[in-house]
Design a protein around this ligand. Sequence first.
Ligand SMILES: NC(=O)c1ccc[n+]([C@@H]2O[C@H](COP(=O)([O-])OP(=O)(O)OC[C@H]3O[C@@H](n4cnc5c(N)ncnc54)[C@H](O)[C@@H]3O)[C@@H](O)[C@H]2O)c1
Ligand SMILES: O=c1ccn([C@@H]2O[C@H](COP(=O)(O)OP(=O)(O)O[C@H]3O[C@H](CO)[C@@H](O)[C@H](O)[C@H]3O)[C@@H](O)[C@H]2O)c(=O)[nH]1
Length: 324
Amino acid sequence: MKLLVTGGAGYIGSIVTALLLDAGHEVVVLDDLSTGHAEAVPSGARFVRGRVHDAIGEVLVPSEGFEGVLHFAAFIAAGESVQRPEKYWDNNAIGTLRLLEAMRAADVRRLVFSSTANVYGDPDEVPIPETAAVRPPNPYATSKLAADHALTGYATAHGLAAVSLRYFNVAGALRRPDGSMIGERHDPETHLIPIALQVAAGRREKLQLFGDDYETFDGTNIRDYIHVADLGAAHLLALSTMDGPGHRVYNLGNGTGFSNRQVVEVVREVTGHAIPVEMAPRRPGDPAQLVASSEKAKRELRWTPQHPELATMVADAWDFMQHA
Ligand SMILES: NC(=O)c1ccc[n+]([C@@H]2O[C@H](COP(=O)([O-])OP(=O)(O)OC[C@H]3O[C@@H](n4cnc5c(N)ncnc54)[C@H](O)[C@@H]3O)[C@@H](O)[C@H]2O)c1
Ligand SMILES: O=c1ccn([C@@H]2O[C@H](COP(=O)(O)OP(=O)(O)O[C@H]3O[C@H](CO)[C@@H](O)[C@H](O)[C@H]3O)[C@@H](O)[C@H]2O)c(=O)[nH]1
């Protein structure tokens, strides 16, 4: 297929672009490099630098013959979104609407959307199924949920075939057949694993742990980590199962929760380095516990994670960090 990937210079978008190219698809990447890196766009993809809001109408034209879109472009820091909700509503909700309108104008009907586990907030049941109540705990999650709802409306009214993949916490790096790696390079970094690895690498003095008074077994937040290569594979499966109008939602995680303290321990074990930790206040907008039930994806997409161990994800991210 000929596919447009928004956000393809970012962490997950660049990795999915590589997997799409490996599978024989033709890919055009649209990215404004607000948080991404031009050199992360895999060779083989055509790169257009531009912001979805401004450039999508020029890129997604009928004469290009796109058959689908994978929409990664977004701002992703839940903590920052509490301080700057306007930034998140504009980029994540309005950006998605601009994309949907451009797709309608160009009659492009397939969309895979990066939704998030964050929409569930503090859930009633763990592991969390797709049928759980949504209680977005911060503007990042609300802006993503708004986009999810827009997809449902466009599927009903305008014949869109859409899949929202609700990623839990993504980690690790992709090893390419030639031995090179693609991984996470956010600046500033906000995610727990790469920050802990930066401490291990001596690039930071210590790690701050945000809150140890949550109602969890050791007081710190619990998250479910998914290897970025497994996540990428789910995108290809989602694309291959799109056969008509409708909006489907899938949770993608491993069903195992790790507390923030446990994550730090795994980073210590994998790297062999001390990780000095300092307790800090809770980060506003953090749900206590997010652990996925991905039974629906396993059943309907025939998705089987190949790298479910947290230690593998940490080791791959560590490898990438040392070679980047
Ligand atoms: N990283 C995670 O753990 C995680 C978990 C759940 C969901 N997600 C979702 O996955 C997607 C990708 O996340 P990531 O970790 O790769 O983030 P990232 O910041 O590495 O990548 C996002 C990319 O989108 C680009 N971008 C942002 N706004 C844009 C715009 N308006 N127009 C054009 N380009 C734009 C950025 O330059 C960047 O290259 C996001 O939608 C995010 O919400 C990520
Ligand atoms: O320096 C740090 C960084 C993070 N944390 C904690 O570590 C946990 C994980 O945080 P982080 O790695 O920032 O991820 P999340 O906030 O869980 O969000 C990620 O995972 C979500 C899906 O669950 C995605 O939607 C988001 O885009 C993505 O940033 C949270 O309890 C944080 O408070 C710390 O204690 N210290």
